[in-house]
Design a protein around this ligand. Sequence first.
Ligand code: KIV
Length: 295
Amino acid sequence: MAEKITLATLKQYKQQQRPITMLTCYDYATAILLEQAGVDSILVGDSLAQVVLGYKTTLPATMDIMVALTAAVRRGAPNVYLIGDMPFLSYQVSPEMAIVNAGRFLADAGCDAVKLEVNTSQLDLVERLATAGIPVMAHLGYRPQSASQSDKVVQTRSVQRACQLVQDGLEMIAAGACSIMLECVTTAAAQALAEKTDLPVISCGSGPHCDGQVLVLHEILSLPGATGPRFSKSYADIGEQIRTAAGKYVEDIRQKRFPDEDHSYHMSEEHQEQFQRWLTEKRVESGEKRVEGRG
Ligand code: KIV
């Protein structure tokens, strides 16, 4: 049986320079496949608002949806390091609310950690969560929940921003974060931070020198509505496979090839005869005729 992957495992991978593999996932069946494929860690991202629910941004993701789908992913992938993404306004309103919501990801959905999009004005929050025993992945760099306040997608192109990113990351770790995710950060800045800590630093479009990589599943599978950014990569055209399979099904039904004998159930001959007799003797009529009879 596969061993449960923990934070200690991920730290060990980092030490061994074995890249950590992470994907997003939002349902039970796909979670089974990802664990079978050897993925170390799954993030149930608030990107589900876009790729599963069809919204334009991640903001409409709610706690109830996130927790229900995260629990389904855990049922499918019991051994991966599972991270629940705290949705917009589930942690910004008050530390108490953040602890309660983060606790739901751990207690109700079986997560190993929660991810929060944070800046250094939220160091106290990270500390409060860590003190409450909640492992926090700090999401730095481009933060989609604050996209409307951000002038750029690619972060840390300037020296000043790169230094700031490294400092912010180290402050998050000092406040108790157990790992860092860097979205759309320049490779030099991401590498510098990864080299300054023993904790896993995961790249989402932040280059090859981090300790691991994460991408959005729907983007690597080329599913409709999930056109990835330049840093993402398509590994299969599952959209085309689904279209082809559904098209064959539609055609089979229209051509009356489905369902055939192999996909139908029958009574025994004896029961069939009795049934026919009953139909004939009772002269079961259609609803329409009965209405006529009564009139
Ligand atoms: O919600 C999400 O999918 C993310 C990505 C950055 C991986 O946070």
